[in-house]
Design a protein around this ligand. Structure first.
Ligand SMILES: [Zn+2]
Length: 492
């Protein structure tokens, strides 16, 4: 370990350890993925995710990192979703200068997602500052700016799947396919010290076997330690074929009624997936050809990116025959006069974006169908619709809900419980120890119960807990965070 890193507060692992891993986020929660790996010669951050959700989670984004970003050698990123990547601009602003390694698909998606995230943070700060100005309070800085995001993007180095990367004299990594979204990977990291080698697998977000567009997840077969996501650790998803049948029925009936179909979508991934399914249903003659409008600049950008990445998918992404893009807000407003059309618009939980205008114009009509194709968090407008609200508030106005609201449960980018068990089966059979991450406490506890009984231990780490990869004896040891010995300098 160089003198520079030591000055920055990094201490090499003790002599009996090959490496040490610290859980800094996604530990008992689904956001803020962040793991610090320290070997004898390198300090690598795996993921650098934004905390999302309620106010208290958001405040955590503003706290200083628990390590000095200037002392890190590199970052490894499994995929582009901001709960895995969204603090990269902050990391760079705080002095990180090393490479950020990710697959090509992830690099391209980051260009959309990090710029958008930075733009939202700038907007939020500007809005908050208008309020502060009025009450005579001091203005705040945005969490980070578009310029910070641009600097982070410049550090990204695109890597190929299944290619061995040398990260240092004692450290190698490889990206393997995880399904989930374009470019998403699991990571196989090998640490060597003398003739001892230990392997850590980071699952990233594991996708589904049945998803038609993406290559299915390619699970590693062996590891000493596995960090396994547990987002849906407690249940299986509805069957995709049944969900598509439901979608076909809704669209066919809507075409007969002549009303509009509003589909709130996440701009990246889900929007392209729904377009593909609609194209296939059209080709199979299960739905009539309908005018389809994609009304979200970010979703349009992501769809164009999917077109460019066509060959890297399991099958070429398809689009409905009458698909049109609404690039400008004028294009979007013109839809107010249309009937008998399908509108895909963001945001996916109806918390902002152009979809709110379409809901205001259409929710009160009986002929409207709203098709919910994604997860709706507690407290969102989307959740209120799913729960059968008779009226909702949009832009300060009460809007009656006479539209039919359909919740289609089978679209998920995450493996369900059985799929997670199958994905980790070979490693578990070989005695791999598992640290369950990226899941709410009850979900990961449910998965832990299903995984129990093998040779390797199952842990449910909290933030600040560590795992040691040892040279001799038990290869992996869990070290709960010592909360009694923490000084003022500890930021968790
Ligand atoms: Zn993800």
């Amino acid at each position: 370990l160089g003198r520079d890193a030591k000055q920055r507060g990094f201490v090499p692992p003790p002599a009996d350890e090959v490496a040490r891993l610290t859980f800094l986020g996604a530990a008992g929660e689904v956001t803020g993925s962040c793991f610090l790996l320290e070997t004898g010669a390198r300090r690598v951050l795996v993921e650098c995710g934004l905390f999302q959700g309620e106010r208290r989670a958001l405040e955590r984004n503003r706290r200083p990192f628990a390590f000095d970003p200037r002392g890190l050698d590199s970052v490894l990123l499994t995929h582009a979703h901001v709960d895995h990547s969204g603090l990269l601009p902050e990391l760079v602003r705080d002095g990180f200068r090393g490479p950020i390694r990710a697959t090509r698909g992830t690099q391209d998606l980051l260009g959309i997602l990090l710029r958008d995230s930075a733009h939202l943070h700038e907007q939020d700060a500007a809005q908050e500052n208008r309020r502060r100005l009025r009450r005579g309070a001091r203005p705040i800085e945005p969490l980070y700016t578009v310029a910070d995001a641009e600097r982070a993007l410049e550090l990204v180095e695109a890597c190929e799947f299944d290619q061995e990367l040398e990260l240092g004299p004692d450290l190698h990594a490889r990206f393997v396919r995880a399904g989930h979204i374009l470019g998403a990977a699991s990571l196989v990291v090998r640490v060597r010290s003398g003739h001892v080698e230990r392997t850590i697998v980071f699952s990233g977000d594991v996708g589904r076997q049945s998803e038609p567009l993406l290559h299915p997840p390619d699970p590693p077969l062996q590891a000493d330690l596995l960090l396994l996501e547990s987002t849906y650790g407690d249940r299986d998803h509805r069957d995709l074929a049944a969900t598509l049948e439901e979608l076909a029925q809704v669209l066919a009936l809507a075409a007969r009624d002549g009303g509009n179909v509003i589909v709130p979508v996440f701009a990246v991934g889900r929007a392209q997936e729904i377009l593909h399914h609609m194209a296939v249903l059209e080709d199979e003659g299960r739905i009539p050809e309908l005018p389809v409008f994609l009304d979200s600049p970010m979703a349009i950008h992501a769809t164009e990116l999917h077109r460019r990445h066509g060959p890297s998918f399991a099958c070429e992404p398809r689009e409905p025959r009458q698909l049109a893009f609404c690039r400008t807000s004028e294009d979007s407003m013109r839809l107010n006069e249309r009937r008998g059309v399908v509108i895909l618009s963001a945001s996916g939980m109806c918390e902002g974006g152009r979809v709110l205008h379409h809901l205001r114009h259409n929710l009160w009509r009986e002929t409207t169908d709203v098709v919910v194709v994604g997860f709706q968090a507690r407290g969102t407008l989307g959740r209120a619709l799913v729960q059968g609200a008779r009226s909702v508030r949009i832009f300060g106005e009460t809007v009656a809900v006479r539209a039919k609201v359909h919740t289609l449960g089978g679209f998920s980018a995450h493996a369900g419980q059985s799929e997670l068990l199958a994905w980790s089966q070979a490693m578990r059979a070989g005695g791999t120890c598992v640290a369950l991450v990226h899941g709410e406490p009850e979900k990961r506890a449910a998965l832990a119960a299903r995984l129990a009984g093998g040779a390797g231990a199952i842990w449910q780490p909290k933030r600040g807990d560590r795992v040691a990869l040892r040279r001799l004896g038990e290869p992996v040891g869990f070290m709960p965070r010592d909360r009694t010995r923490e000084g003022k300098g500890a930021h968790w």
